[in-house]
Design a protein around this ligand. Sequence first.
Ligand code: HEC
Length: 106
Amino acid sequence: MKTHTLIVSSLALAISCSAIAVEGGNPKKGKHLYKKHCKACHSQSAQGGELTPMSKTMAQWDRFFQRNKHKAKPEVFQGLADKALLDIQQFLYNHAADSDQPATCG
Ligand code: HEC
């Protein structure tokens, strides 16, 4: 019985992570891209410091991607396709501090 509940709830989590109402970006791809392109510099001991979706609010993430565009190191954003950036933005936005699912999939 317990195992069954566990399977059902993790299944629900997996579905909710991928079935969020998106605005053009693919958060599932975004998560993968984030790990690939951002994590190297954004972990506790790295130069960019620890960064998770929960580090910012939804509005802050939008502002970061629309205006700041990674000013600290512009070459990071310049090296990524618009679609990839949109996917990453969507992933971070969907799991922002004030989202329905703060960092649950981060
Ligand atoms: C080459 C290393 C590097 C990579 C790759 C990188 N960053 Fe950064 N990032 C930095 C550094 C360095 C800073 C400045 C940190 C500081 O100000 O202390 C920064 C700052 C930031 C900030 C601002 C932090 C704040 O406190 O507001 C955000 C948000 C951010 N990066 C997101 C990203 C995202 C998203 C990606 C992947 C697309 C990414 N970074 C990839 C090095 C990197």
